[in-house]
Design a protein around this ligand. Structure first.
Ligand code: ZN
Ligand code: ZN
Length: 348
């Protein structure tokens, strides 16, 4: 391990970070060494033990969103140990186990930052946008965005919770999904398999929706009491007015009106996957029954901390496949092949 632990709070000595970077869109990852510079007063450095691979990492490698800067070090489902903390950090100790997710900074001054919602800050900084992420020996973050991991959650499972887990859990909190709700999860993959577990533990009756029945047995084990296959003729139409909350994790373009029509009056369709095309939804289906369509994002540090606490108490765990960090290209290829069940985790 090229990176050594440092002395303690306030130690700002910089050591080079050995990472894996993409140097151009859609390229392989290559070893990449960088000097992170002096540690800022509110920053921490985290020695990486595990880092998940999220579909957003692939999108950033490929520059799908036109915001990538190269060399690009992906990795925003980071778990590791604090090895250095700036002098203004009081809530974390060197040696403490933490996770780092999508966000690594915010302005600290706007109304959203001041009201404890830095995930909504317009000046927020992301771990892998103009910043080097967790596929390497260490990562830097503003201390507020390094979240302590409960002891009950092993590090290999904590990574995928830091982005995928909070993406499906935060909307349940922010949109006040009731335990009495009938809920549906669209897409049983990296996000959906965690959404099934969270909604079940929340108390909801959960239906899994997937294209075919191939994942039915697994979905039921993860908490689904019912399963709809969209390729079955009439399956969605037969579920009209059934759900209070539908969370969509798919990146495919689907018939969104079919999903709106499955909502009960006042129900919500929450979009957390990113389809290629804009959503086309008829207004009357919303107007007549006061239905809502909303977006959900990864959440602020306190949302993530609550999610981790909930996951620890209810034993919500992602299903993972592990690869050594040095096999990062094989791990990426596996996720791209759509064969991963369900999250891929790199291990240092
Ligand atoms: Zn992610
Ligand atoms: Zn702000």
């Amino acid at each position: 391990m090229p990176f050594r632990g440092t002395g303690g709070l306030g130690d700002t000595e910089a050591m080079p970070i050995e990472a894996y970077a993409a140097h151009q869109p859609k390229s392989q990852l290559e070893p990449f060494r960088y000097d992170p510079g002096p540690l800022g007063p509110r920053e921490v450095e985290v020695r990486v033990t595990h880092c998940g691979i999220c579909h957003s990492d692939l999108a950033m490698i490929d520059n799908d969103w036109q915001i990538s800067a190269y060399p690009l070090v992906p990795g925003h489902e980071v778990v590791g140990t604090v090895t250095a903390a700036g002098p203004e950090i009081t809530h974390l100790k060197v040696g403490q186990r933490v996770g780092v997710g999508w966000q690594c900074g915010s302005c600290g001054e706007c109304e959203f930052c001041e009201s404890g919602q830095p995930a909504l800050c317009a000046q927020q900084r992301a771990t892998i946008v103009q910043h080097h992420g967790g596929w390497g020996s260490a990562v830097r973050t503003t201390g507020d965005f390094a979240i302590p991991i409960p002891d009950a959650i092993p590090s290999e499972f904590a990574g995928p919770l830091m982005c995928g887990g909070t993406t499906v859990f935060t909307p349940m909190m922010h949109y006040a999904v009731k335990p009495t709700a009938r809920a549906a999860v669209v897409g049983i993959g990296g996000l959906g398999h965690m959404a099934l577990q969270f909604l079940k533990a929340w108390g909801c009756d959960v239906t899994a929706i997937s294209s075919t029945h191939s994942k039915e047995a697994e979905a039921r084990k993860l908490g689904a009491s019912d399963f709809l296959a969209t390729k079955d003729e009439g399956a969605l139409a037969g579920a009209a007015n059934r759900f209070d909350f539908i969370i969509s994790t798919v990146s495919a373009d689907v018939d969104w009106n079919a999903y709106v029509n499955m909502l009960r009056p006042g129900g919500m369709l929450c979009i957390v996957g990113v389809p290629a095309s804009d959503l086309r939804i008829g207004a009357m289906g919303l107007i007549l029954f006061e239905r809502q369509v909303a977006g959900g994002r990864t959440g602020s540090p306190q949302d993530i901390a609550r999610m981790l606490d909930f996951a620890a108490r209810h034993k919500v765990r992602p299903m993972i496949e592990k690869f050594p960090m040095a096999d990062v290209n094989r791990a990426v290829a596996h996720l791209r092949s759509e064969k991963a069940r369900y999250r891929v985790v790199l291990e240092a």
